[in-house]
Design a binder for this molecule. Structure first.
Ligand code: NAD
Length: 505
C-alpha cells in the first residue's frame, strides 16, 4: 500500500501543491507520495526541533539512553516491516535490507551506550603554569543537526549520523534522498511512536535538492551530508553563507590489493561481494582490484566463476536488485565502453537490461579511464595485474578519492603495513567493508571522499563542541595575568622555562 505523509507532515500548514512520488525501482509501483517541503516549511521544522533539542539535551545522558533504547527496540521489533519497505523503495534484496537495519540498530546501541563516557564532563591536568586551576572538559550538543542522506543505504547511512547526533544530545532534522523518502518518513514515525515525550527530536523533511539547500540555510548547528562529491561541494557553498559547519561523507573508488601469499579464493569471494552486493551501489564498494602477477590468473578465474552464478532481479533468489536510479545504468554503460575503447577486456557482464546490470568484470583497464578514475556505482569490477603489492598500493592511492579499501595477504604484519599506508579512512584486511560494522571504529574518508567522521567516539564528538572550563582553586602568590604583576616575575618565568624546556635540542 502506498504510504502518505500528508496529514502529520511539517508541510501540513504550508500550501504547496508540489508532491514527490517514490516508486519501486523494479516494478515502477508507487511506494508513497510525500510533500516537497519549501524553505518556510523547513525553517518551521527546524524551529520545532530547536525547542525539542533543549528538552532532549536537558534530559541528560541516562534518560536519553533509555529513550534511544526504546527507539532501538521499536526498530528491532519492526525489522521485517522496515526491511520490506527498504526492499520496495531501494530495490535491494530483502535479506540485504535485514542486514542493513541490523547494523543500524547495533550502531544506535553503541552510540547510546558510549555517549556519556566519551562526551561527559571530566577533569584534565591543568599543567604547571595553571597549577592553581581545576580544568574541566566536556562536549556540549550543537542543538539541531541537519542530516541530508542518500538512497543506497537509506537506513544505515543516515543512522550513522542520526544515532550519534541524538546520543550527543542533539535533535535531528533529516532530509532523506528523493529516491527513498518513505524510509525516511518511516524512521521519523518510528521515533514519534517510541519516544512520545520528545517527538520532535527526530523529524523528516522531504523533497529534492532545494529542500536540502533550505535545511543548510535554516540555522542548524551542523549539516551532516552523505552523497556525491559534486553535491557535497554545493552543500558546502550553501553552508558557507551562514558559516554552518559540515560533515562530508562522499563517494569512493575503493581498491583491493591481493598479495602474493593471499588466500585467493577468499579474496575473490570478498571482491565479488564488495563489488556486486547492493548492485554495486555502495560508497565503500570495491571497484578496483590490484592483484599481483603471482595470483592474478587464479584470482581472475575465481572471480569470473563466482559472478557467473550471480543473478540480478527482484525475486527471492536474486543476488542483487535493480539500479535504484534510472540513469545509473547509463553511467555503467559509459564506463564499460570507455574501458573497452582504451584496450580493456570484458570477461563477464557488460550488459544493461532496463534497471538491471549484469555483474561486470573488466581486465587491464588503463588507469586513465573513467572505469578506474570515477565512481561507477554499479556491479562492476576492474582487475589489474601488478608486479607486487607495493605497486598495487601506489595505484590504489593514485585516486582523488579515499574512502575505504581492502588488503588480502597471508602476512598480518605486511597487511597491516599496507593498510596503514593506504590513503583512505578505513581498510579491511582479509575481508571487505567490515570496518563499517564495528561501531567503535570511525567512518569517513580523505580527499574527494570527504572529511569528518561518523561512528565511534569520533562520530560522537563530530556532533558536539568542546567546552573548556577552568576554576581557580586559589590565587597564585605571584599573579602572572594581572597588571599588578611584579616586575621580576617575567624574568623568573623565563628562567623556569629555560630549565624545563631549554635542554631539548
Ligand atoms: P546525491 O549527492 O545526488 O544526493 C544526496 C542528497 O543530497 C540527497 O538527499 C539530495 O536530495 C541532496 N541534495 C541534492 N542537491 C542538494 C543541494 N544543492 N543542497 C542540499 N542537498 C542537496 O547523492 P546520492 O545519489 O543520493 O547518493 C550516492 C552518493 O552518495 C555516492 O557518491 C555514494 O558514494 C555516496 N555515499 C557516501 C557514503 C559515505 O558514507 N561516504 C555513504 C553512502 C553513499
Amino acid at each position: 500500500m502506498p504510504l502518505s505523509e500528508e496529514s502529520d507532515s511539517p508541510s501540513a500548514t504550508v500550501h504547496t501543491p508540489a508532491r514527490l512520488e517514490s516508486t519501486d525501482p523494479a516494478t515502477g509501483d508507487v511506494v508513497g507520495v510525500f510533500p516537497v517541503h519549501d524553505a518556510d516549511a523547513v525553517r518551521a521544522t527546524v524551529e520545532r526541533a530547536r525547542a525539542a533539542a533543549e528538552r532532549w539535551a536537558a534530559l541528560g545522558y541516562a534518560e536519553r539512553r533509555l529513550r534511544l533504547a526504546a527507539y532501538r527496540g521499536h526498530l528491532a521489533r519492526r525489522l521485517p516491516e522496515l526491511a520490506d519497505l527498504v526492499h520496495r523503495e531501494n530495490g535491494k534484496p530483502h535479506d540485504d535490507a535485514v542486514l542493513e537495519v541490523t547494523l543500524a540498530v547495533d550502531h544506535l546501541a553503541w552510540a547510546a551506550g558510549h555517549a556519556a563516557r566519551t562526551l561527559g564532563p571530566r577533569r584534565v591536568r591543568p599543567g604547571l603554569l595553571a597549577a592553581n586551576q581545576a580544568a574541566y572538559l566536556e562536549y556540549r550538543p550543537l542543538g539541531v543537526v541537519g542530516v541530508i542522506g542518500p538512497w543506497n543505504y537509506p537506513v544505515f547511512t543516515p543512522m550513522g549520523s542520526i544515532a550519534y547526533a541524538l546520543a550527543a544530545g542533539n535533535a535531528v532534522v533529516f532530509k532523506p534522498s528523493e529516491h527513498t523518502p518513505a524510509v525516511g518518513a518511516w524512521l521519523a514515525a518510528a521515533w514519534r511512536a517510541a519516544v512520545p515525550d520528545v517527538p520532535d527530536a527526530v523529524q523528516v523533511v522531504t523533497g529534492y535538492g532545494e529542500t536540502g539547500a533550505a535545511l543548510c540555510r535554516a540555522g542548524v548547528g551542523k549539516i551532516a551530508f552523505t552523497g556525491s562529491a559534486p553535491t557535497g561541494r554545493r552543500v558546502m557553498a550553501t553552508c558557507a553563507e551562514t558559516l554552518t559547519p559540515v560533515l562530508m561523507e562522499l563517494g569512493g573508488k575503493d581498491a583491493m590489493i591481493v598479495d602474493d601469499d593471499a588466500d585467493v579464493a577468499a579474496a575473490a569471494d570478498a571482491a565479488v561481494w564488495g563489488a556486486m552486493s547492493n548492485a554495486g551501489q555502495t560508497c565503500i564498494g570495491i571497484e578496483r582490484v590490484y592483484a599481483t602477477s603471482a595470483v592474478y590468473d587464479r584470482f581472475v578465474g575465481e572471480v569470473t566463476r563466482r559472478v557467473a552464478d550471480l543473478e540480478p532481479g527482484s525475486h527471492d533468489r536474486a543476488a542483487y536488485g535493480p539500479m535504484t536510479m534510472a540513469g545509473q545504468g547509463d553511467v555503467v554503460r559509459r564506463h564499460v565502453a570507455d574501458a573497452l575503447a582504451a584496450g580493456g577486456r570484458l570477461v563477464a557482464g557488460g550488459t544493461v537490461d532496463g534497471r538491471f546490470v549484469a555483474p561486470t568484470v573488466l581486465l587491464d583497464v588503463p588507469e586513465t579511464s573513467a572505469a578506474v578514475r570515477e565512481e561507477t556505482f554499479g556491479p562492476t569490477l576492474t582487475i589489474t595485474r601488478v608486479a607486487d603489492a607495493e605497486e598495487g598500493l601506489t595505484r590504489a592511492n593514485a585516486s582523488s578519492m579515499g574512502l575505504g579499501g581492502s588488503v588480502f595477504s597471508g602476512s598480518a604484519a605486511r597487511a597491516m603495513d599496507l593498510a596503514r599506508r593506504m590513503r583512505s579512512g578505513m581498510t579491511s584486511i582479509n575481508s571487505v567493508l567490515t570496518f563499517a560494522s564495528v561501531p567503535a571504529l570511525p567512518f569517513g574518508g580523505v580527499g574527494d571522499s570527504g572529511f569528518g567522521r561518523i561512528h565511534g567516539e569520533d562520530g560522537l564528538r563530530e556532533f558536539s563542541r568542546a567546552k573548556a572550563i577552568t576554576r581557580q582553586r586559589f590565587a597564585l602568590p605571584v599573579p602572572l595575568m594581572s597588571f599588578a604583576r611584579p616586575a621580576p616575575a617575567a624574568r623568573t618565568l623565563a628562567r623556569v622555562t629555560g630549565l624545563l624546556h631549554g635542554r631539548h635540542r
